[in-house]
Design a protein around this ligand. Structure first.
Ligand SMILES: [Ca+2]
Ligand SMILES: [Ca+2]
Ligand SMILES: [Ca+2]
Length: 381
């Protein structure tokens, strides 16, 4: 329920942003925003969806379009759906994938694709069948009118559409990197052919991958985490090149590395960027006190591993010392059995800590410095 409330909050903020962008008065920007001010609601759109899970805003020749993703219900059956609205809140079109026999739920993300070589922008969403023996899939929709252009079937039941949009084959057109639970594929959108598929038995889940060009590489690299898929039930972190070849794989991590976004930031302040992954002790999988932030070098060395207690992280220089901190809200489900209900701010910079142990590649958790925290009273509703 908490998860759903967060999603609805994000959806509301997105709607406010969407409508305020349309109605902005130039004089508004001169007004100072008062602290603690609650912004007035500008517009409210009543969608036809029951469980909204994500949204995206794009531009068509007719103007901006808000696409909301979620589930629709008919005869008590779940139907994976997206709905498109103009800035006035008028429903432009909707797209649905349904079955009369079983539930067909939405995957986690909706994507908008421009410059694909087609004559129109494209919206994509995935569906997940109720029966686990059935395969899910990905639907490509014309963003001008909602018509289905193509459907691709997963290799697996699950697929969250946690995709990357990039010109992988360097022909000047956007390609589509799609992950189902076991594979990632680069799809050429001009004819929907798969240029390559990475299939090494890795279990991908909700995680959003990162695409980043390391300093000494000619091309960007795809960084992805996996969830409890090694033989011993541990997780891995991978780097894959633009042709689908594994560059490196770091294995035997005890936490779930497949369920949070991959970030890129210069954690130690030396001018080169590192790859950052929040691990989860998913639903107390290992009964850990803390979950951890994992920091990898771009060539696969685990540089640092520090206690977090939170599973969503905002990264920035909070105290202005030029080094990065991480802020998050403690999560007593996947963040560990620490019992804390706090907004926590933690020093992420490895410069602030002792030289790490080269034999293990790890910093010890007691070296961490907590910059500050805000305790709050949490009431179950
Ligand atoms: Ca391309
Ligand atoms: Ca660095
Ligand atoms: Ca700082």
């Amino acid at each position: 329920m908490k998860h759903r409330k967060n999603i609805l909050l994000f959806l509301y903020l997105g709607l406010v942003l969407f409508t305020s962008c349309q109605n902005r008065n130039p004089k508004d920007s001169d007004q100072e925003v008062k602290s603690n001010e609650i912004l007035p609601q500008i517009k409210k759109i009543q969608t036809g969806l029951h469980t909204t899970c994500n949204f995206i805003i794009g531009q068509t020749s007719q103007g901006p379009v808000l696409v909301v993703q979620g589930n629709f219900f008919k005869n008590q059956k779940k139907i994976a759906s997206i709905e498109a609205y103009n800035p006035q809140g008028k429903l432009l079109w909707k797209s649905q994938k349904q079955s009369d026999q079983y539930n067909l739920g939405s995957g986690a993300y909706v994507q908008w694709v421009d410059h694909s070589g087609l004559d129109y922008p494209v919206v994509t969403y995935s569906y997940v069948p109720g029966p686990k023996e059935l395969k899910g899939g990905l639907i490509f929709v014309n963003a001008n009118n909602g018509s289905t252009i193509r459907e691709l079937t997963n290799n697996t039941h699950f697929g969250n559409n946690n995709s990357l949009l990039f010109d992988f084959n360097k022909d000047g057109l956007t390609d589509y990197l799609y992950a189902d639970l076991a594979t990632i594929s680069a799809i050429r959108l001009s004819d929907f052919q798969k240029e390559w598929t990475f299939n090494e038995g890795v279990r991908f889940c909700w995680s959003l991958p990162a695409l980043f060009k390391p300093e000494h590489d000619r091309n960007p690299v795809i960084y992805f985490g996996s969830e409890y898929d090694d033989k011993c039930g541990s997780s891995s972190f991978l780097a894959v090149d633009l042709k689908g070849n594994r560059i490196w794989k770091s294995s035997k991590h005890v936490e779930d590395l497949g369920s949070t976004p991959v970030f890129v930031a210069d954690i130690d302040g030396d001018g080169t960027k590192e790859i950052i992954k929040v691990g989860l002790d998913l639903e107390h999988h290992n009964k850990q006190k803390w979950n951890h932030l994992h920091v990898f070098s771009t060539d696969g060395l685990l540089i640092s591993k520090c206690e977090l207690g939170f599973t969503g992280i905002a990264i920035g220089d909070v105290d202005g010392d030029g080094l990065l901190e991480g802020v998050g809200i403690s999560n007593t489900r996947d963040g560990g059995l620490n019992g804390l209900m706090e907004i926590r701010c933690i020093e992420l910079s490895t410069q602030q800590r002792q030289q790490h142990d080269r034999s293990t590649g790890l910093f010890h958790s007691e070296m961490l410095k907590e910059v500050g925290h805000i305790h709050f009273n949490y009431k179950k509703r």
